[in-house]
Design a protein around this ligand. Structure first.
Ligand code: CTP
Length: 420
């Protein structure tokens, strides 16, 4: 298919209850034709004016309306807000405009918009006197000041029979405007606070991307008060999450036991066991562009967790352990051609052989081999020394440095590799 600025872009089209909603199936069709992935979200009253099934067919996705669908499944508005590369609200009624102006989220669409980090474009459309009402004009000014982009309505005949300003531009015009947005440079991403050093332009692969990061140690319960775990501090994973934020990524950090402060500007998902971590990752992964699997996942868990505290009655206690699922390998098997996945390896013998084996067996795009030769770096320390094995066959050693610096180098190396 011909590449356009919209190829692969995720557009969330929000439709509110204006008569011009009848134009939206055609708008969806045009955006799809230009290569965009379109998710339609309607307010309940929009469905009085446009058929849900038509929108689902042309967008090739179910239309989202409520926080819960008919089967009781929760539609996570935050996930959808983060999913979008751009949100377009067309048509935007005076009522929904007023809600946006004051952050009222009494429906799924408004809550999604409030959760978004991408640009939000508004195409207000309403009848003449509504558009020129001082309240509407004040609200328009307010949303413009808040950073929403406004597409001026056109002048012409209106549903009331009046003629004037208030018409929704034709779908071709709206599709053209959306396309133009992606021709201009991406707006600045929020800058994190803290000790993160300045990012290099080489990390640009990650800019605007949704990236899953796992960090820390999982805890495998033995009984209600005891668990099996390991010494992982989570420092390397958190350093990668911080470097990703700095590079402009939207980071989803799934973390077990960590002994270091959590980063700013990340979406945080605390978990306990390897199975919890797997479930959380499986939920997030379909909407991710990349994943950095840095967690020290316990390879085994106790088969039958005791319901009560185990008393020390016997001289010996045998725990029966079963293998945990390999999260990296599971995601590697689910990975689509557009997704990248990176993992770590800790080896004590035949290091390179095992690292390359993990790269291949787990279908990873890169494996970062922790060095055990230098005892001043690694587990629990603030420094690390690694060798990166890339899927293109490159082997790149990174000498000992702070985990913050190593994280930035890792993003830079993978970014350069993925952009070729
Ligand atoms: N990993 C994972 N799920 C597991 C075990 C490991 O996702 N159940 C990921 C880690 O986050 C890391 C990579 O796999 O990115 C390699 O972890 P490592 O402990 O070195 O290797 P294992 O795959 O567990 O193999 P082994 O312990 O036999 O070397």
């Amino acid at each position: 298919m011909l590449q356009t600025p919209l190829t692969g872009k995720k557009i969330l089209l929000g439709i509110t209850g204006g008569i011009a909603a009848y134009k939206t199936p055609n708008l969806v069709r045009l955006l799809k034709k230009a290569g965009a992935d379109v998710q339609v979200v309607c307010t309940p009253s929009a469905l009085d004016l446009v058929a849900k099934n038509s929108l689902a067919v042309v967008s090739e996705r179910p239309v989202l309306v409520d926080f819960f669908d008919a089967s009781g499944k929760w539609n996570e508005h935050v996930q959808w807000g983060l999913w979008a590369d751009l949100i377009l609200l067309a048509p935007l009624t005076a009522n929904s405009l007023a809600k946006l102006a004051y952050g009222i989220c009494d429906n799924f669409l408004m809550a999604t918009v409030l959760s978004a980090r991408c640009e939000v474009w508004l195409a207000p459309a309403m009848d003449l006197d509504m558009f020129t009402h001082p309240t509407t004009l004040l609200n328009l000014k307010r949303v413009a000041d808040l950073g929403y982009q406004i597409i001026e309505p056109e002048t012409g005949s209106l549903a009331s029979g009046l003629s004037g300003k208030g018409r929704l531009p034709e779908p071709e015009t709206l599709a053209q405007i959306v396309e133009t947005v992606f021709q201009s440079p991406t707006p600045e991403a929020p800058q994190p606070q803290g000790e993160v050093e300045a990012v290099t332009p080489e990390t640009s692969f990650y800019r605007g991307k949704h990236v899953l990061v796992t960090a820390g140690a999982t805890k495998e319960a033995i009984d209600p008060v005891r668990f099996i775990s390991n010494h992982s501090s989570g420092k390397m994973g958190i350093a990668i999450a911080e470097a990703l934020v700095q590079a402009g990524a939207i980071v989803h950090l799934v973390y077990g036991n960590v002994t270091t402060p959590l980063p700013d500007y990340c979406y945080l998902y605390p978990v306990e066991s390897a199975l919890d971590m797997l479930n959380q990752c499986l939920k997030l992964f379909p909407n991710m562009d990349a994943a950095w699997m840095v967690a020290a996942v316990a390879d085994y868990r106790v088969e039958n967790i005791a319901r009560e505290k185990i008393k020390k009655s016997e001289d010996h206690l045998t725990l029966h352990l079963v293998k945990n699922p390999d999260i990296l390998k599971t995601l590697g098997e689910l990975k689509t051609p557009n997704q990248k996945i990176m993992g770590f390896a800790l080896e004590t013998e035949n290091e390179e052989f095992h690292a390359l084996e993990k790269l291949q067996k787990k279908n990873a795009d890169a494996i970062v081999l922790n060095s055990l030769k230098n005892e001043n770096v690694g587990f629990g320390k603030n420094t690390n020394e690694v060798t990166v094995f890339l899927h293109n066959g490159d082997k790149l050693p990174l000498p000992a440095n702070s985990k913050t610096h190593i994280a930035q180098e890792l993003l830079s190396l993978t970014s350069q590799c993925f952009q070729v």
